[in-house]
Design a protein around this ligand. Structure first.
Ligand code: ZN
Length: 285
């Protein structure tokens, strides 16, 4: 018995030594992999940032259009992808709409349906206690006007910084003679205290813009540019030197409804709706 113990104990000791050695070796390898250059452990860049993404228009409100190309549909496609991209970066995201719908139905009492629709978008940000508000739109105008531009809440410096960081990325995708940032007092910007921007991703009425905006790749590329601008904003970056767009900034609640420019492609009512529905909507709005 004594002989057996003497024989077993050294084997146990050897096995334990080998096991500890193996565990130490595995731990060291994992630690070195985790600390390898190029793979630093860091929190997601938008962790704990609450962002509202607002695809402009929807439902009866088609926004701008060029033939069958409707602004409300493009806004929604970009908005959905942007929500996913911002979420992948660690952000908490809420969409004001995730389908083709108006936020306020027709015929409900309380004045202009359009203004109440805009108020509902603002309320979404308040209910979510959002840090950042991004409204997605596409523009229309005379055919020679082109490019992406970003409106910011006039007099709100953080909105201006956010606009500059988004614009300097977006204008590489949608270059044009209207590129730049602009102050505005649109309702969805002016009635918020948080950094709020309204992004016009290009002109549906400009041939060069339209070719890009209608491509399969555009929504994803636009979304990635906006998400990169938001990330740069959260990380405290300053835009290089944002230029002011020459675009004649509309005055009023919505950039698409201003008489500042002739907007041949901007329709308040979705042209795909039956004519009696359009008349009914116009009568009630
Ligand atoms: Zn619009």
């Amino acid at each position: 018995m004594r002989i057996l113990l003497i024989t077993v104990r050294p084997k146990l000791g050897l096995m334990l030594t080998l096991a500890f050695g193996l565990i130490s070796l595995i731990s060291a390898v994992f630690y070195s992999i985790a600390q390898a250059p190029g793979q630093p452990e860091s929190p997601a860049p938008l962790s704990n940032i609450r962002i509202v993404v607002d695809p402009g228009h929807g439902g009866v409100d088609g926004g701008c259009s060029y033939n069958q190309f409707l602004e409300k549909s493009l806004n929604l496609t970009v908005g959905r992808i942007l929500a996913d991209d911002l979420t992948a970066l660690g952000g908490r995201v809420r969409l004001t709409r995730s389908q083709d719908e108006a936020l306020v139905p027709w015929g409900t009492p309380g004045g202009s349906r359009h203004k109440r629709d805009l108020a509902a978008r603002i309320q979404t940000a308040k209910d979510f206690d959002a840090h950042i508000f991004l409204s997605i739109h596409a523009n229309a105008g005379p055919a020679h006007l082109g490019g992406a531009l970003v409106f910011f809440h006039q007099g709100h410096e953080e909105s201006k910084r956010l606009a500059g960081l988004i614009q300097e990325r977006l204008e590489k995708l949608v270059p044009g003679n209207q590129n730049g940032i602009l102050p505005a007092q649109f309702m969805v910007l002016a009635q918020q205290q948080i950094p709020a921007v309204l992004i016009e991703i290009g002109f549906l009425t400009n041939p060069q813009d339209r070719e890009f905006l209608s491509s399969d790749a555009a929504p994803d590329l636009i979304s990635k540019s906006i998400a990169a601008g938001v990330t740069a904003y959260v990380q405290g970056e300053q835009p290089a030197a944002p230029t002011l767009s020459p675009y004649p900034a509309p005055q009023g609640d919505d950039p698409d409804l201003s008489p500042a420019l002739p907007y041949p492609g901007c329709l308040v009512i979705d042209p795909h709706l039956p004519i009696n529905t359009i008349e009914e909507a116009l009568a009630r709005d």
